[in-house]
Design a protein. Structure first.
Length: 72
């Protein structure tokens, strides 16, 4: 499954790159991209575990940028 999400309060391109790298390491994530300019994240992950994986992604984003949130 592939979905796009808006991000709120993503402050810098470096943080976006760190988030993207960390998200790609999560088990079940097939691909991910975090775009600082558009403030969007694209996530492609295992259909059966998508909601569980998304929760891990949100935690990962909060570790890199505590003020950033994923608009679900």
């Amino acid at each position: 499954m592939k979905k796009k999400f808006d991000l709120d309060n993503l402050d810098c391109a470096n943080c976006a790159a760190k988030m993207e790298a960390a998200i790609k390491k999560i088990d079940g994530v097939e691909d991910a991209s975090v775009n600082f300019l558009t403030q969007k994240m694209t996530l492609k992950a295992d259909d059966a575990r998508f909601d569980e994986i998304l929760k891990e992604v949100v935690k990962c984003i909060k570790k890199v940028e505590p003020d950033c949130s994923v608009i679900l």
